[in-house]
Every structure is written in C-alpha cells, then in structure tokens.
Design a protein around this ligand. Structure first.
Ligand code: OAD
Length: 281
C-alpha cells in the first residue's frame, strides 16, 4: 500500500553501495526497484535540464514567473504577434544552444544503451536528451512537446529542422517556408494544441506496461503529459520522483529523492542493466 505521507528526509548520510557513495538514503531503495524492473517509464520535465542552465517554467525562477504563457505559447498569441513569439523562441534557442547535456542526461542515455526496457518520455523541447543519446548510442526520447530546433509551416504544414538565428526585427524577416513561402512557426506544442498522436500513444503504452515509473524534474502540472505517471501507477507501477522541490506527485510517490537531477540520476541508474535485466515478454 502506498502512503501519501512522504517521510521527512534524514540529513544526508553517505552509504557505501557497490563501490559508489550514495549521499541520499532513499537512493538505494530506488536503485533496487529499478534493478528488478523489466520495463521502466522515465518521464522528464524542465528540471532535468535545469542543471545544464535551461530555465524551468514554474516557481520563483521559472519563465512563467516573468512571462505570460498566453502571450507567448498559444496559437492565438502567434497569430496576434508572431514577432514577439519568435523573439522569445529565438532568445531561448540561443540560450539552449550554449547548454550541454548534464550528468543526468548522460546517465539515462548510457542506461538505455544497455537496457531495452527503458522508455524515455520527455516534455522538454531543448534536445539535450537527444544529444546525450547520440554520445551513448542509445535511442532518442519520445518527445511530447516537440523541438525548439524544428519549425512548421503555418500554410503547408511542412516540418523541418531549423537552427539559424531568427531575425524578428519585422514580420518580413521572420522565417519563411522554402516550399511555399508561408510563415514558419516553432514546431512545439502550445497550450490548447494536441500532442503528437504517435508520441502520446507510444508513451501511453509504455505507461501501461511499466514495472516502475521514474519521474524526473517535472511539476506534474501539465496534462496529458502529467497523466502518464498516474496511468503507470494505476497499472501497478511503483513511482520514484526525483526533484529538489515539491511536485504534484509527492503524495503518491513510493520513493522521493529530493535533489538535483544531475546528481541523483547517476546515483540511481549507473550500473543498472550491466548484467542485462530481462524484458518482460
Ligand atoms: P515546471 O517548471 O513546471 O517544473 C519543473 C520542475 O523541475 C519543478 O518541480 C522543479 O522543482 C524541478 N527542478 C528544478 N530544478 C531541478 C533540478 N536541478 N533537478 C531536478 N528537478 C529540478 O516544468 P515542467 O513540469 O517540465 O509546456 O512543465 C511542463 C510543461 O509546462 C512544459 O513542457 C511547458 C510548460 O509550460 C509547454 O510549453 C507546452
């Protein structure tokens, strides 16, 4: 039975474990749950990339503290003022382009390269999981909210990669479609829009099949992405939450690891899969 009372964290004590030093006592519990699991759903959010220098959305340092989503991240906002929206996405792209995958991204990618049963689902549009995957030779994540380095034509819907700097000085200089000349928009999911059907269906399947659900750096505030962890738990998967702050999942978590993704994730997943954990048939 799951308690909805998370035990208060003891002061960090170092535990010797398989040659590693675990600074968070609950890390061993999380590691053991993951070790036994054939299939794992990993759901990540903005906090995964926070140690890389990418700002999160909510909380006092989050972007939604200083900007209004309805001005910048809805189809109506883009129709009203595409220059403003492109200025914001251009600024974020430049910021993200200077960031590197952190030790948490790398540890997840290495684990996935050793273990077929891990499905990584991300709400992040920054491409840092993909860059870690390239280094480790593992699969790309399932992207629920698109990519900040892709664009879609507002007229012919053609989608393509786009990394060039954006000149938003006037509407004529905004990115235009090579195929039809239409105005291009960032290929990200905005509030009020549908998530990509295939990505959501693959992620939903992984949630149903998961033996364990590992949630990292997401407030759990935005649906349908947030609902994936609920689906996994409803199907019987224990829930591990990695986050330095409070999340909507805290009451239902079996293990709560209060810490930063770049420090906690390597502690719990390094060495996993080395002896090849069987995938449930
Ligand atoms: P949020 O900003 O809502 O939540 C970020 C979470 O990361 C919070 O729970 C923080 O406590 C946690 N966090 C901060 N630093 C961390 C660290 N170093 N390590 C681990 N966790 C850390 O971001 P999301 O939950 O990803 O959607 O937001 C979901 C969606 O809302 C985003 O994809 C975006 C946003 O509006 C769209 O733009 C459509």
């Amino acid at each position: 039975m799951r308690s909805d009372k998370t035990p208060a964290l003891a002061a960090p004590t170092a535990l010797a474990f398989k040659g590693h030093t675990l600074t968070i006592p609950q890390a061993r519990e999380a590691h053991d749950l993951l070790k036994k699991a054939g299939r794992v759903l990993v759901l990540t959010g903005a906090g995964m990339s926070a140690p890389s220098g990418v700002p999160t959305f909510r909380g006092p340092d989050g972007m939604w503290h200083n900007f209004r989503p309805e001005d910048l991240a809805t189809p109506e906002a883009f129709a009203r003022d595409p220059r403003l929206v492109w200025q914001w996405y251009g600024w974020r792209r430049e910021l993200i382009a200077r960031c590197q995958p952190n030790a948490g991204h790398d540890a997840l990618a290495r684990w996935m390269s050793r273990h077929d049963g891990v499905t990584l689902v991300t709400q992040n549009v920054d491409g840092l999981h993909e860059r870690a995957a390239e280094r480790a030779g593992s699969d790309d994540p399932i992207r629920l909210h698109g990519s900040i380095f892709r664009v879609q034509c507002t007229v012919c819907a053609t989608e393509s990669g786009h990394r060039k700097p954006v000149d938003a000085s006037n509407e004529d200089t905004l990115p235009q479609c090579d195929a039809c000349g239409g105005l291009l928009r960032p290929a990200v999911v905005w509030f009020g829009e549908q998530l990509p059907v295939d990505a959501l269906s693959q992620a939903g399947q992984a949630a149903l099949e998961a033996d364990v659900c590992l949630v990292i750096g997401t407030s759990g505030a935005v649906y349908p992405a947030a609902g994936l962890a609920h689906e996994a738990v409803s199907s019987g998967a224990p829930l591990i939450v990695v986050d330095p702050g409070e999340t909507a999942y805290d009451g239902m978590a079996d293990v709560r690891l209060v810490g930063s993704a770049d420090e906690v994730v390597p502690e719990i997943v390094d060495e996993l899969g080395a002896g090849s954990t069987p995938v449930r048939g």
